[in-house]
Design a protein around this ligand. Structure first.
Ligand code: NAD
Length: 349
């Protein structure tokens, strides 16, 4: 399977009484315990679930390394429909599977799982984060933290590509007004950006239109809007051979994971003069919060680390320009350098 990339461990778990079927993939523990959320999804086949968890766990190694966190990369998937198949017992069974790894993997919420689900996991294992927090402490809902990182990263990208030091009057098309997109729209509106927003949920669009004076756009038309910045905050794989030729934006800066359908799509963006902020660098605000919650840090620390996303992106943009490479290639190379510098012999990524 091409997604297999020298992963340290892949664990399949089954629990007959609760119906749990899960896979945990640990890509690397070179920088610390492998951390990454638990996705619940109605995968059609186990092979599909395995491919997803292998790809996502490697992505977490890169994301955590680039964010400077003391975490390696891991991810879990639970095979099942998150709307119908959830029970507290299922998540406790998942927690026991996590616990069996004795801290080599730390879980948290992800697509299809919530803070409430993680509270059932936390009944049986301490290797879980994203549970909530007390005043001044790090943690809680990662969505607003991710949005802040994307906002600051977008400002850096606009400065690099368009030579503008702020976002006042800059037009931005936001795809997806969910947990991250909603908060991002709030920050962008506060900075004076002109917003166009699409979501397949009408209520989500209406909310940002009402609160932040955004213009609603049909979901099928958001990518090709005539704007300065495109911010994919919904699905992965939205940038492909079909969509890229239609883009009019000069900057792409959004929260969605795996925005490029394939790595080579980065070259098409570069050739078109579109500056792409690599997704796992710009969207690290949430995992920064989860990490500091796990290690008992403060909210102030989290904000400091989120502020570091913008200069990190500028470094990537500059290196890409200097080396005539795509920004995603440069980010991958920098992440691998960080992993290899820290990897014990035999565990290099
Ligand atoms: P979410 O599920 O809360 O919001 C996603 C929104 O996108 C939903 O409102 C959904 O209706 C909408 N959507 C789905 N398909 C769409 C389409 N075709 N066109 C327009 N809108 C569509 O998720 P989220 O937490 O806001 O995360 C958004 C993206 O960012 C995801 O790809 C997620 O993996 C990624 N991400 C999130 C975080 C975080 O902290 N929540 C961190 C890193 C990355």
């Amino acid at each position: 399977m091409r997604e297999f990339d020298a992963h340290e461990l892949v664990l399949f778990g089954h629990d007959a009484p609760t119906g749990l079927r899960a896979i945990i993939a640990i890509h690397s523990t070179a920088l610390g315990p492998a951390a990454g959320g638990c996705r619940m999804w109605a995968y059609a086949t186990t092979t599909e679930a395995l491919a997803d968890v292998l790809r996502l766990s490697r992505g977490m190694s890169y994301k955590n390394a680039m964010a400077g966190l003391p975490f390696g990369g891991g991810k879990a998937v639970i095979i099942g429909d998150s709307r119908t198949a959830k029970t507290p017992e299922l998540f406790a069974a998942f927690g026991r599977l996590v616990d069996s790894l004795r801290g080599r993997y730390v879980t948290a919420e992800d697509v299809g799982t919530t803070l409430a689900d993680m509270s059932h996991v936390a009944r049986v294992t301490k290797y879980v984060s994203g549970l909530g927090r007390s005043a001044g402490a790090a943690g809680g809902d990662p969505g607003p933290k991710t949005a802040l990182g994307v906002f600051l990263g977008m400002r850096a990208a606009v400065s690099f590509r368009l030579g503008r030091s702020d976002l006042d009057g800059i037009s931005v098309a936001v795809q997806g007004a969910g947990g991250v997109g909603y908060h991002l729209c709030g920050l962008l509106s506060g900075a004076g950006a002109k917003l166009r927003v699409a979501d397949v949920r009408t209520a989500a669009v209406e909310r940002v239109c009402d609160e932040f004076h955004a213009a609603a756009v049909p979901a099928g038309e958001i990518l090709a809007q005539d704007v300065e910045v495109l911010s994919p905050c919904a699905l992965g794989a939205v940038l492909d051979g079909e969509s890229i030729p239609l883009l009019k934006a000069r900057v792409i800066a959004g929260a969605a994971n795996n925005q490029l359908a394939q790595g080579q799509n980065g070259e098409a963006l570069r050739a078109a003069g579109i500056l792409y902020a690599p997704d796992y660098v710009i969207n690290a605000g949430g995992i920064i919060s989860v990490a500091r919650e796990y290690y008992g840090g403060t909210e102030a620390q989290v904000l400091d680390e989120i502020r570091a996303i913008a200069p990190r992106l500028t470094e990537i943009f500059e290196r890409a320009r200097r080396e005539n490479r795509t920004t995603n290639e440069v980010a991958d190379a920098m992440a691998r350098e960080r992993l290899q510098r820290n990897a014990p012999p035999g565990l290099a990524a």
